[in-house]
Design a protein around this ligand. Structure first.
Ligand SMILES: [Zn+2]
Length: 264
């Protein structure tokens, strides 16, 4: 047994233990921050849609107003023709004025049809905007709920996390620089943030691959730092962890957080 190896392993395990606690807090937060960000994006998208439909509706309104004005203009024109018809001098003049009157009448009919069509379009847009508004309201409520939950959980855990992170940094400075770098590199590459794994029922506590007997006794011998052949995590035995190898905790897996309120 190499005393310096034993203490190096203990230093590494100390860092790992704190990182595991930090990881547990992060798991408690779960996907909530991402869900909040996704909802914010979704609502922003709906808002853009809402604004676009709204400007379409405004366009419809202005088109309708223009057509109404032109109807009034043509009506005035018809009135003018009618008063002119009272003072006509000959048949040709009569026919010409009647023709003008007819054209103005047709213009009014076309404008009225355009107003009906635009009004129908506007109604469809209105339905669309109402549905968008409803969706925005639902998502907005969901967002508010999740945001509050996130704030609550963050508030509860922030202090603890800050303290743990300080402890971890302090513990990491005790680790030999080369090992500290290896530790960080291994941890970053692992999905469960575990770089130092205890032996659990004869297997690596990080990837659960079986450890060959010779390697197991090498881990226990503390002659050198031994890693898992399958995953590359640094292996430690119960004299380092203080945990019974049968009951060593499984590394936590990331699970999706269940929320009380769900929306479709
Ligand atoms: Zn492993």
């Amino acid at each position: 047994m190499d005393v310096s190896v034993t203490s190096k392993l203990k230093e590494l395990w100390a860092v790992q233990s704190i990182d595991t606690k930090i990881n547990e807090i992060n798991i408690l937060l779960g996907d909530l921050p991402m869900e909040v960000a996704d909802l914010e994006d979704e609502i922003a998208g709906l808002q853009t849609r809402f604004d676009n439909i709204n400007s379409d509706i405004e366009q419809c309104n202005s088109d309708i107003a223009t057509k109404k004005n032109s109807i009034q203009d043509f009506q005035k024109l018809i009135e003018k023709y009618e008063s002119q018809l009272e003072n006509i001098k000959n048949n040709r003049e009569f026919e010409a004025l009647e023709k003008e009157k007819e054209i103005a009448g047709l213009e009014i009919m076309a404008a009225e049809k355009a107003i009906r069509d635009t009004t129908k379009q506007k109604e469809m847009k209105q339905e669309l905007i109402d549905a968008t508004q409803e969706k925005m309201d639902v998502k907005g409520k969901d967002l508010e709920f999740k945001k509050n939950e996130l704030i609550e959980i963050e508030k509860e855990s922030a202090e603890e996390k800050v303290k743990l992170e300080k402890d971890r940094d302090k513990a990491l400075t005790k680790v030999e620089e080369r090992l500290a770098r290896a530790y960080t590199r291994i941890r970053m590459s692992m999905v469960n943030d575990v770089a130092v794994a205890p032996i659990v029922r004869g297997a690596c506590g990080g990837c659960f691959s079986n450890i060959p007997p010779q390697r197991k006794s090498d881990v226990r011998a503390h002659f050198q730092i031994i890693d898992c052949e399958s995953c590359g995590r640094i292996l430690v035995d119960k004299t380092i962890t203080g945990l019974e190898e049968e009951e060593a905790p499984k590394p936590v897996k990331k699970t999706r957080r269940k929320l009380k309120l769900t929306t479709k």
